[in-house]
Write a protein that binds this ligand. Structure first.
Ligand code: 5GP
Length: 182
C-alpha cells in the first residue's frame, strides 16, 4: 500500500476538505461579477483544482498549463520551461493561478511574468501549500491553504517520482523511499 511509505501525516483529509471549502467561499465572494478563469498548473495542481472548483459558487472557466523545472527530484532549480501552454486567451480575464505548492517561488514568479505580458485584467495566485522559509524570490500569494515547514511532502496531487498523487492527505515520506534501487 502507498500509505505504508508515509512516515507522518502532515495535513489530514478532513482538514484539507474544510480549508478548500473556505478558500472556495472566499474566491466566490472576491470574484463575484468578474470573468474568473482558474488556471491550473499541471500536474500537481489537478487534485486541488478539482476540489476547489466544486467549492466555487460563481461561473468560471478552467485552463491548464504544464511546467517542468529542472534539478534534483526534491529540489527545484529555478530553471523552468513551459511544457504545455494554455489553449485560450487570457486577455482581460481575471486569472487565478491554481498551484499545489510554492517552495522557492521561482516557478510561479516565472509563470506570472510570462502571463502578465498577455494582458489579463488581474492575475492572482492560489496555492494549497506554502513553504515560506524556502522562498528565494519575493512572491505574493493571494490565497494560501496551509503554510508548512521545510519538508518534502506528497499526496493530494503532489508526487515523488510520479507516485503518491492519489493520497487523500498530505504526508511526509519515510526517508528510505527517497533512495531508489539501482
Ligand atoms: P518552486 O519553484 O516554488 O521552488 O517549486 C514549485 C514546484 O516544486 C512545485 O510545483 C512542486 O512541483 C515542487 N515542489 C516543491 N516542494 C515540494 C514538495 O514538498 N513536495 C513535492 N511533491 N513537490 C514539491
Amino acid at each position: 500500500m502507498l500509505t505504508d511509505d508515509v512516515a507522518r501525516v502532515l495535513i489530514d483529509e478532513e482538514t484539507i476538505v474544510q480549508r478548500v471549502r473556505a478558500l472556495g467561499a472566499q474566491v466566490s465572494a472576491d470574484y463575484r461579477d468578474r470573468d474568473l478563469l482558474l488556471l491550473c498548473i499541471l500536474k500537481g495542481g489537478i487534485v486541488f483544482l478539482s476540489d476547489l472548483m466544486r467549492c466555487i459558487e460563481i461561473p468560471h472557466g478552467i485552463e491548464f498549463m504544464a511546467i517542468s523545472s529542472y534539478g534534483a527530484a526534491t529540489d527545484s532549480s529555478g530553471i523552468v520551461r513551459i511544457v504545455m501552454d494554455l489553449e485560450g486567451s487570457i486577455l482581460d480575464r481575471d486569472v487565478l493561478l491554481v498551484e499545489d505548492i510554492v517552495d522557492t517561488g521561482n516557478t510561479l514568479s516565472y509563470v506570472k511574468s510570462i502571463l502578465q505580458t498577455r494582458g489579463p485584467r488581474s492575475l492572482k495566485i492560489c496555492s494549497l501549500l506554502n513553504k515560506p522559509d524556502r522562498r528565494e524570490v519575493p512572491l505574493e500569494i493571494d490565497y494560501v491553504g496551509f503554510d508548512i515547514p521545510n519538508e518534502f511532502v506528497v499526496g493530494y496531487g503532489l508526487d515523488f517520482a510520479e507516485k503518491y498523487r492519489n493520497l487523500r492527505f498530505i504526508g511526509v515520506l519515510k526517508p528510505e523511499m527517497y533512495t531508489k534501487p539501482d
